[in-house]
Design a protein around this ligand. Structure first.
Ligand SMILES: Nc1nc2c(c(=O)[nH]1)N[C@H]1C(S)=C(S)[C@@H](COP(=O)(O)O)O[C@H]1N2
Ligand SMILES: [Mo]
Length: 402
C-alpha cells in the first residue's frame, strides 16, 4: 500500500472539482445510460468466429487451440465473455460513476453521490496492470467429464481466461481524492447492465462487494485493454478490475461504488461465488483469490503428426502470484517431467514448453500440473461444489499421435 502522501495532490480541475460539485452532477438515472437489449438482440456484440470461440449465447469461451504460442497477451477480440444479461450500449458522453456511502470521509447518500464523468476519470493518472482475467467457473465441465459429478452453470472447458494489460486509474487514487473514512470496510460495485432475472426472480443489477483493503491495494478503474479502449462486451466505457480475483469481482459497465463502514452483501457473494454443496459447510466465505490452473494450447482430442520431437506448449496461472514450475506427464500421470517456463510479465501467466521425444503412434493423455510461488499446486481432484467453481484439478487432455 502507498501512503496518502505518495499520491499526487488533487488538481483544481478534474476530480476535486467533481467531488465538490457533488450532488449537482448527479442527475441521470441508470436507465438513461443503458439501452436494454431488446428481445432477439445478441447478448454479445463482438464477432465470435467458431475458430476462436465456443459460443454459449450470453457467454463465449476462447478456444485454446486458437492461442498463438508467440503472443503473450490475449487480444480483446479473442477474450472470453461472461454476461449475466446482455452487453449494454453506454454513451461515454452521458456515462457517470457515482461514489457514495457512509465510508467516505464526508458521508454521502446515493442522492448526494460524487458523480464522475468519463472525462473526469480519464484525466486522472493512468496506470497499466497486467492480470490473468478468469471466470470463477472456468473448467466447470470437468466436474462432470473428469470427476463424474456435473455442476450447474455454463459448461466451460478451460477457455474462460485471458491475460490482459489493463489501463486505468487506481481506485485508491480516486478514493483518496474523494476522502475515505478510516472505518470503511466494504465497497459495493454495481453494473449498469439490465437486472439479472433467473427462475422468475429479479436479483437486481449485477453487483458484488469487495474489501476496502483490495481497493487500496491494486484495484483499477479501467478504460483500456492492450492499448485500446475497452470493447463494449468487456465493460466500455469503464469497468472495475480486481487483479488475481474471481472474475465476478471485476464489474463491467461500472455505475456506482458504495463505500460502507459495514460489510455489504449481494446475491453475488451470498448465493453465488461461494462454495456450497458437496462436502462444504454452510458458512463458507465469498470467493476471492483465483486458484492455480493450466492448459495446453491444443484442441480437445487433437491429432498430432508423429515426429521425432513433438513440441507441446501451454500456459499456467494463479491468482496468488507467479507460477514457480510446471510438470508434464505424457503417459497419463505415471511419470512427470519439469518443463521450461517463461513469464513475460508480472501479474500475467506463465508459458510452458515441453519437448515430447519419440511419441508412439496412438492415443495418449497429457497432463500439466502447475505450482505457484506460494506453494499452491494443482490437485489431482477438485472437491465438488454445486455451482462448479474453481475447478483447479490437473486436466487429463486426450491426444492422438498419427
Ligand atoms: N456488470 C457486469 N459485470 C460483470 C458481469 C456481468 O454480467 N455484468 N460478469 C462477471 C463475470 S462472472 C465475469 S467472469 C467477468 C467477465 O468479464 P469479461 O466478459 O470482460 O471477460 O465479468 C464480471 N463482471
Ligand atoms: Mo465469471
Amino acid at each position: 500500500m502507498i501512503s496518502p502522501t505518495a499520491e499526487p495532490r488533487p488538481s483544481r480541475r478534474g476530480l476535486l472539482t467533481a467531488a465538490t460539485a457533488g450532488a449537482g452532477l448527479l442527475a441521470l438515472p441508470a436507465e438513461a445510460l443503458t439501452q436494454r437489449a431488446s428481445a432477439g438482440a445478441p447478448a454479445i456484440l463482438k464477432p465470435l468466429p467458431p475458430e476462436w470461440f465456443v459460443d454459449y449465447g450470453s457467454n463465449a469461451e476462447m478456444r485454446w487451440d486458437s492461442v498463438d504460442p508467440h503472443r503473450y497477451l490475449t487480444s480483446p477480440a479473442r477474450l472470453f465473455v461472461r454476461n449475466h444479461t446482455a452487453t449494454p450500449s453506454i454513451d461515454p458522453a452521458t456515462y457517470r460513476l457515482e461514489v457514495f456511502g457512509d465510508g467516505l470521509a464526508a458521508p454521502r447518500s446515493r442522492d448526494q453521490a460524487v458523480s464522475l464523468s468519463y472525462a473526469d476519470l480519464r484525466r486522472l493518472p493512468a496506470t497499466r496492470i497486467t492480470s490473468v482475467h478468469e471466470c470463477t467457473g472456468n473448467g466447470r465441465s470437468f466436474f462432470a467429464t473428469q470427476q463424474g459429478q456435473a455442476a450447474s452453470g455454463t459448461q466451460w472447458t478451460l477457455g474462460a481466461v485471458g491475460a490482459v494489460e489493463w489501463e486505468g486509474v487506481r481506485l485508491r487514487t480516486v478514493l483518496r481524492r474523494i476522502g475515505l473514512d478510516p472505518r470503511a470496510v466494504s465497497i459495493m460495485a454495481t453494473g449498469l447492465d439490465a437486472p439479472y432475472v433467473s427462475g422468475g426472480v429479479d436479483y437486481g443489477a449485477v453487483r458484488r462487494p469487495f474489501p476496502v483493503s483490495k481497493a487500496l491495494d491494486d484495484a483499477l478503474l479501467v478504460w483500456g485493454a492492450n492499448g485500446k479502449d475497452l470493447l463494449p462486451d468487456h465493460g466500455y466505457p469503464i469497468r472495475l478490475v480486481l487483479p488475481g480475483w474471481v472474475g465476478i469481482g471485476s464489474i463491467k459497465w461500472l455505475g456506482s461504488l458504495e463505500v460502507s463502514r459495514q460489510e455489504q452483501t449481494s446475491p453475488w457473494n451470498t448465493i453465488w461465488y461461494r462454495m456450497t454443496g458437496g462436502s462444504y459447510p454452510s458458512d463458507t466465505p465469498p470467493l476471492t483469490v483465483n486458484p492455480v490452473r493450466s492448459a495446453f494450447e491444443l484442441a480437445w482430442g487433437a491429432t498430432l503428426v508423429r515426429r521425432p520431437v513433438v513440441t507441446l506448449t501451454g500456459r499456467a496461472w494463479s491468482g496468488a502470484g507467479q507460477i514457480a514450475y510446471v510438470d508434464i506427464s505424457t503417459d497419463g500421470g505415471v511419470t512427470w517431467q519439469r518443463t521450461q517456463t517463461h513469464c513475460e510479465r508480472r501479474g500475467g501467466w506463465t508459458q510452458f514448453r515441453y519437448l515430447w521425444h519419440r511419441p508412439a503412434p496412438g492415443d495418449h493423455v497429457l497432463l500439466a500440473r502447475a505450482t505457484d510461488v506460494t506453494g499452491r499446486r494443482q490437485p489431482l481432484v477438485s472437491p465438488y461444489n454445486a455451482n462448479g467453481y474453481f475447478f483447479d484439478a490437473v486436466v487429463r487432455h486426450p491426444v492422438t499421435i498419427a
